[in-house]
Write a new protein. Structure first.
Length: 240
């Protein structure tokens, strides 16, 4: 399905203060014509809106920058003012996770069928469901998005906020099959930030080994099998 045009539903509203007005201009309005809607949800009476957006302008900017925007609008219906929060993330599922952690119901912010690529397998679907619930458990350390049609790839390095968890540093590896228009998502686990970032750099250079498995918890061993690691794959181009 074609991307939806962004409707911020702000007719008759003003920014709550000058700082919000300036921040909203720089964060959203200045590139609004390049923002397309991947998913959105509006509460009753439009007191709040949640958006998963793709920013097409990033393609022409710094190579590797995240192209997905999560936007949370909060409207004061009595005062006719608004405030907002937003973040830039490399994967739509991470934008969904961020919005869910801010009160958006999970089932209403899913990407509609035909929007973007489809999960290639059950492992990808299961991992995406888990990442959607991780909004308050991991912080983003680094990411690289390669949108070259010949080698579409996204790498994400995450740090667990609870350092006691097994494999406190995670790497998400998404490959896109542009012929089938599907994507494969895999997760690796690392004991240190240095080792995670080294694999990340090696993968961008095209000489990474197999993605290390996440150290399982006792509960994980009881509830599901191991997730297959991502293949090392062919070298990815950094062309934009």
């Amino acid at each position: 399905m074609p991307p939806l045009e962004l409707d911020l539903r702000l007719d008759g509203f003003e920014a709550a203060d000058e700082q919000t007005d300036e921040a909203f201009w720089h964060a959203i309005e200045i590139e609004q014509d390049m923002l397309t809607v991947l998913a959105e949800h509006h509460t009753d009476e439009d007191s709040a809106s949640y958006y998963v957006l793709h920013n097409g302008a990033v393609t022409y900017g710094i190579p590797g920058e995240p192209q997905v925007v999560a936007l949370h609008l909060q409207r004061d219906l009595a005062a006719r003012t608004f405030r907002f929060e937003h973040t830039h993330v490399p994967l739509p599922v991470m934008a969904q996770s961020w919005l869910i952690s801010r009160g958006c119901p999970p089932d209403v912010i899913r990407l509609p069928p035909g929007t973007g690529t489809a999960p290639a397998d059950e492992t990808t679907r299961v991992l995406e469901e888990r990442v959607m619930g991780d909004g308050d458990r991991f912080a983003l350390l680094a990411s690289y998005t390669n949108d070259d049609p010949d080698s579409m790839l996204t790498l994400v390095v995450l740090r667990a906020l609870d350092e006691r968890v097994p494999s406190p540093f995670r790497l998400l590896h998404e490959d896109v099959d542009t012929d089938a228009w599907t994507h494969t998502l895999r997760e690796g686990g690392f004991a240190t930030a240095e080792s995670a970032l080294q694999w990340y750099e090696d993968r961008l250079a095209g000489n990474a080994g197999p993605l290390p498995s996440v150290t399982p918890t006792a509960r994980t061993l009881q509830t599901r099998g191991a997730v297959p690691p991502a293949p090392a794959g062919r070298p990815s181009s950094r062309r934009r």
